[in-house]
Design a protein around this ligand. Structure first.
Ligand SMILES: [Zn+2]
Length: 423
């Protein structure tokens, strides 16, 4: 019979507020909950007799990462887009890929994942299998299939719905299957040759129907938006989480059309932004190493060059106005392998110029709050679920020290110890 109590000690343990380290500390875990953080030299004298003590040494122990943007059955290879189309009906292949991806994610220290766009036939059974303990994986929230227009963004794993009535019905269908949130494609996207990223797919009124139908069941809407008009529609409809939040003009000869009033209203409404810049950075680094570049750049965007810096500028403008950011790698897209959620924090620090702790909070407590789970996870606080990740080095100094975790504790269970996977 395993001990009910564990002490996990580390040179650096994140404090409750996620803004500094407690040095030479031990986290006491009782069953599956965090009980306390205490100095190592204050461990009870009989601790070794009736509890398990694990000394991790020179690591940084933080809450398990929370990633709110996954596609569990996408390949994360350079040809992810072509594969998604070619394999769209091969449920067994997609399921097996998802099983592998979910294990990778949790063993990297991402103990909570929200999938916002995978086929229903894969997403819901995978969620159940993880819950049943049949396969390893993170705490999983799923939308199931995204809702999109006919031939729209990601139609090959989406529900195609064109009118407001069809969208309402599609939302209710996802709720019946057990969706934890709803994903709507408010504009076209890079991933889909037939869906122009610069063009809105739905008017604001139709997005508002999705928000209303989701709210009836107490769940929220995340909406993909790549164009200025798409962002405006998402703000008008007050969707909970704007995914990408890029400001491309509808006119392909033009660049971005950032609108200050829209951004202000977004912040005032408390909408969350998923900047999705981590996997782009991973893609550029992979390309620089000589790997195949992502093969899904869309004709309508490629026709006008927008420098990455311009996107970073608009992201920081939204943040400066008060919009808050979720952690979302877009796992499964080209080079966004399911074990690299930490790259979002790298991108926030290196590309957006954020403070390291701001990036660490985005990756943990902030995204937990956006998902409505901050009373259960996201910080090392007594009473919360014992989901922890340890990283060699000190990510408050060098954000890239946070990559794949060396030790992972999920729901009080050690599932990876000193780089050895135990599940
Ligand atoms: Zn995505």
């Amino acid at each position: 019979m395993p001990n009910r109590t564990k002490y996990i000690t580390a040179d650096r343990v994140a404090n409750f507020q996620m803004n500094g380290w407690i040095h030479n500390a031990a986290v006491r875990i009782v069953e599956n909950k965090i009980d306390d953080t205490l100095p190592i030299d204050q461990l009870p004298s009989d601790a070794a007799d009736n509890s398990e003590i694990i000394h991790l040494g020179d690591v940084s122990l933080i809450p398990g990462l929370v990633d709110a943007h996954c596609h569990m059955h996408c390949s994360a290879t350079a040809d992810a887009q072509a594969l998604a189309l070619a394999e769209k009906d091969d449920i067994q292949r997609l399921t097996m890929r998802a099983v592998s991806a979910m294990r990778k994610a949790v063993l990297a220290g991402t103990t909570t994942v929200r999938d916002i766009g995978s086929r229903n036939e894969v997403a819901f059974p995978i969620k159940q299998a993880i819950k049943d303990g049949a396969i390893p994986g993170p705490r999983l929230l799923v939308t199931g299939t995204p809702i999109t227009i006919t031939a729209g963004h990601c139609w090959f794993f989406g529900t195609q719905a064109d009118t407001a009535d069809e969208v309402a019905k599609a939302v209710r269908n996802q709720i019946r299957q057990g969706a934890d949130a709803i994903k709507v494609m408010s504009t076209g996207g890079m991933f889909t040759p037939t869906a122009n990223p610069r063009q809105p797919q739905y008017p604001a009124e139709t997005l508002a129907v999705a928000v209303r139908e989701a709210a009836r069941s107490g769940i929220t809407v995340a909406a993909h938006c790549l164009s200025a008009d798409g962002v405006k529609n998402c703000v008008e409809a007050n969707v909970h989480n704007l995914i990408h939040a890029r400001w491309y003009s509808q006119d392909p000869s033009k660049g971005l059309e950032f609108d200050l009033d829209t951004a202000k209203r977004m912040a005032d409404q408390g909408q969350w932004v998923d900047p999705t810049i981590g996997h782009g950075m991973l893609g550029e680094e992979a390309t620089a190493r000589g790997e195949a570049p992502p093969r899904s750049v869309h004709w309508s965007v490629a026709s006008s060059d927008v420098d990455n810096e311009e996107h970073y500028e608009t992201l920081n403008q939204m943040r400066d106005l008060g919009a808050r950011f979720t952690n979302g790698l877009d796992m499964g897209m080209a080079h966004g392998t399911h074990d690299r959620s930490a790259a979002n924090a790298w991108a926030a620090v290196e590309l957006l110029g954020w403070d390291n702790w701001d990036a660490l909070r985005m990756a943990t407590i902030d995204t937990a709050e956006a998902l409505g789970l901050d009373n259960q996870i996201g910080s090392i606080t007594p009473g919360k679920t014992a989901d922890l990740a340890a990283f060699n080095g000190n990510p408050a100094k060098n954000i890239r020290d946070m990559d794949r975790a060396s030790t992972v504790i999920q729901n009080g269970n050690i599932i990876k110890l000193n780089n050895v996977a135990l599940v």
